[in-house]
Design a protein around this ligand. Sequence first.
Ligand code: GUN
Ligand code: ZN
Length: 443
Amino acid sequence: MKQRAIRGPAMTFRGDPFLLAAGEALHYWPDALIRIEDGRIASVEDAEQGLESLPADVPLTHYPDALICPGFIDAHVHYPQMQMIGAFGAELLEWLERYTFVAEQDFADAEHARDVAGRFLRELLRAGTTTAAVYCTVHPQSVDALFEESERFNTRMIAGKVLMDRNAPAELTDTAETGYAQSKALIEKWHGRGRQLYCITPRFAPSSTEAQLEAAGRLWREHPGTYVQTHLCENQGEVEWVRELFPDRSSYLDVYDHAGLTGPRAIFGHAVHMDETDFDCCHRTGSALAHCPTSNLFLGSGLFRMLDAKKVERPVRVGLGTDIGAGTSFSQLRSLGEAYKVAKLGGHALTPEQGFYLATRGGAEALRLDDKIGSIAPGYEADLVVLDLKATPLLDFRLSYARDLAETLFVLMTLGDDRAIRTTYIAGEPVYERDRVESFVYP
Ligand code: GUN
Ligand code: ZN
C-alpha cells in the first residue's frame, strides 16, 4: 500500500452554500492532517490528533502558509483552442468562423494534437485544475491524444469528439452516421478506462442537423454513464439563428430536450439567455449548466444569472468553466474573480463560499462525480490543490490584513491566479510542484 500524509490549513464543502448558511456548508481545519492511501483520502482530522497515530515511516509534507482545497473542476473547456486564446474583436459566430474553425483544422494531424494535449494538461495542473469536461475536435485522433496524456497523469477527464454535420468547413464536418460510429468506437475505447470518461459532444444546435442530434441522443441512451456536452443560449444572434433553424421547437433548450439530450450528465455551456422555463427544464431533468464568466465577458455574450439558476425552489446544478479559448484564463481563481463581477452587474454579490463551492464540490455535483471528487473526506480520490497564501508580495501583504477565512477566500478570488498554485496532487501524487526543478512529473 502506498501511503503519504499532508498537513496544513484545509477546507472542504459538506453542502451547497447557495442553499445553506456558509458556516454549515463549509468546513475548515486550521491545521489538518490528511492521510492518503493508494490514491484515496484515508482520513482527515486535526493535525494535533492525527500526528499521534501517524506511523513514522509515512512521508509527511507540511504546508503551513497554505490552504489545501479539493482540486478545481473546469466544467467547460476546449483544448484545441489553446492556440487562439485572445483572438481580437469578434462576437461568437464571427469568432467561430474567423479563428476557431481555422485552429481546429490543425487537429487532423495527430502529432499536433499530442503536442497541444501535452501543453493543455500542464496548463490545467498549473492552474490547480484536476478534472475538466473537455471539447476535442471532430477528429477522433484529437480525443485519443487528450485521453492518452490524461492517462499518463492519471487525471480524471471527461472528453469527447465534437459532432458537426453542417454550418462548418468541410474539413471539420462528419455526418450523423460517421459521427455516431466514431463516437461509439471512442466510448468503447476510453469510457471507464482508468479515470477517463467519455462525453458525447454535439458542438451546438446550429452545427448539427436534427438527425445528428437524434443520433447523439440514441448513442447516449445506449451507453449509460457517459456524458453529453454542448453549448446553449450563449449569444443573442446565436439564439435567433437556432429559432430560424428549428422553427418547430419552443426554445433553444427544447431542441436538445426533444433530441433526448437533457438529463443527469448533460452539461450545457454558458446558458446566458435563459428564461424560467429553461431553468425549470434543467432542474426537472437534472441537467447541469457551466458558467463561463471570462468567456462571456471576452466575447461580450452577456451576464449569467447565477441567483436565478440556483433559486432555492428549483436549484439547477452549476459548474464553473474556463471555456478556453474564448475564456481568457486557465485559472479558476481568475474565473471566480470574473464570476463575482458578472454577478455584481446582475445585482448580486457572489460570496467567497459560493465561489469556491462552484470551483470544487459544486462542479463535482454538476458532473455527477460528487461521490468521488470535489471534497476532502475519507474515500474520496486524493485530487488536491495547495494554494500558497504568500504567492506574491501583494497577496502576502493583503492577506496579512484578512480577518477571517471568508476574507482570505475572497482575496484569493480577486488577486489569485496560477502563481498561487504551489502543488497539485492527482490521486495522491504531487504531479505539479511550482518550485520543483521539474515542475511536472508523471506519477
Ligand atoms: N459555440 C459553439 N462552439 C463554440 C466554441 O467553440 N466556443 C464558444 N464559446 N461557444 C461556442
Ligand atoms: Zn465552449
